[in-house]
Write a protein that binds this ligand. Structure first.
Ligand SMILES: [Zn+2]
Ligand SMILES: [Zn+2]
Length: 347
């Protein structure tokens, strides 16, 4: 399937600035938003396409890569898993228009965040990691009630057990959460010794996670139910593991592709040469044809990073930088002058 140009998708020109791109994205996204076009597959596709285009064009680095190398440079793990994903990426653009909040109820466990740093090689080839963290779970002594065994809570006298206070201000009646009981409606006279009345206790948790080959730096793994424990029948929160990998010393990674500069001398460029480059596997010889120009890009097929959850590998792109010598010997200068004479059209 042919991918549409990102600028075309957002209906902007290639010279559009950040503000124009943001506005254009809002316009397109509002038009084909799934809430406005229920059941319309085409609108849904357009909506996703616009989100993808915006993700690239709103990021100066990605946009530069896209302008230079096209979709090749950024394809791969560009898609979104679902709409929730799109919204969480673009909260700042949409604001509260679509209401992305999610209420889990106040007795459910909170989601936790864990940041995991791995090496470049681990990201490229995949790895297994043990992580250890602390989380809160339901208190094993009071089972979340916060009350000492054999005692019972008292109705909050301040709010009469309702958990809120109503105050009249002119024609209005303002309702606010009771500050004395925190909205629970009860006061605990004898708190549980184990949790001091909070209903929760800490536990250390160790889990092993498998990191797939080709994982992106900054990507998130969702481990359901590994967050804070819920109280009573309420569900536990989730653990969001954010994975960051180190930079490679030579290559700049763009999804499954790797990019680097390849400096060569002007004589190598003019006459051609065979040179040795370092890939992820080791050293490899590549041929520079005679007449190679500055800025030309050589591609080493399938030497990049494994495609995440897919087949094959990305490529290595090497951009030729022709280096002009800064210091020349007298003899070299003479040779170049002679060369220059030869180059000029004879009259
Ligand atoms: Zn307790
Ligand atoms: Zn109260």
């Amino acid at each position: 399937m042919n991918k549409r140009c990102y600028y075309e998708v957002l209906e902007v020109t290639k010279s559009a600035d950040d503000e124009e791109i943001k506005k254009a994205y809002r316009r397109v996204a509002m038009r084909c938003h799934p809430d406005k076009n229920p059941g319309d597959k085409k609108a849904e596709e357009e909506f996703k396409e616009a989100a993808e285009a915006y993700q690239v064009l709103s990021d100066p680095q990605k946009r530069q890569m896209y302008d230079r190398y096209g979709h090749e440079a950024i394809k791969g793990n560009q898609g979104f898993a679902g709409f929730e994903d799109i919204f969480s990426s673009f909260g700042s653009v949409f604001g509260d228009i679509f209401g992305t909040g999610r209420d889990r109820g106040n007795r459910s466990g909170k989601d936790l965040r864990y940041e995991l740093n791995i090496s470049f090689t681990e990201a490229v080839f995949g790895t297994e990691k043990k992580i250890e963290f602390e989380r809160l779970k339901e208190c094993s002594t009071c089972h979340g009630s916060g009350i000492k065994k054999g005692t019972s809570p008292e109705k909050c006298p301040y709010c009469g057990g309702t958990g809120y206070i109503s105050q009249s201000a002119g024609f209005f009646s303002v309702r606010s959460t009771c500050r004395r009981c925190g909205g629970g409606g009860v006061l605990i006279k004898n708190p549980c010794d184990n949790c001091n009345g909070t209903g929760k206790e800490r536990e250390k948790r160790k889990i092993k996670i498998t990191i797939p080959a080709g994982v992106e730096s900054g990507s998130r793994m969702l481990l359901r139910g590994e967050g804070e424990g819920g109280i009573g029948a309420a569900p536990a929160g989730d653990l969001h593991v954010f994975i960051f990998h180190e930079q490679h010393e030579i290559y700049e990674r763009r999804h499954e592709h790797l990019f680097a500069r390849l400096p060569i001398s002007f004589t190598q460029a003019a006459l051609g040469d065979t040179i040795t480059v370092t890939t992820l596997e080791g050293e490899e010889k590549i041929k520079i044809p005679a007449g190679t120009q500055n800025g030309e890009v050589f591609r080493l097929d399938a030497r990049g990073v494994k495609r995440l959850n897919s087949f094959g590998r990305g490529d290595i792109y090497l951009e030729v930088i022709v280096e002009v010598p800064k210091k020349l010997t007298e003899y070299q200068k003479k040779l170049l002058r002679d060369f220059a004479k030869e180059e000029r059209p004879r009259s």
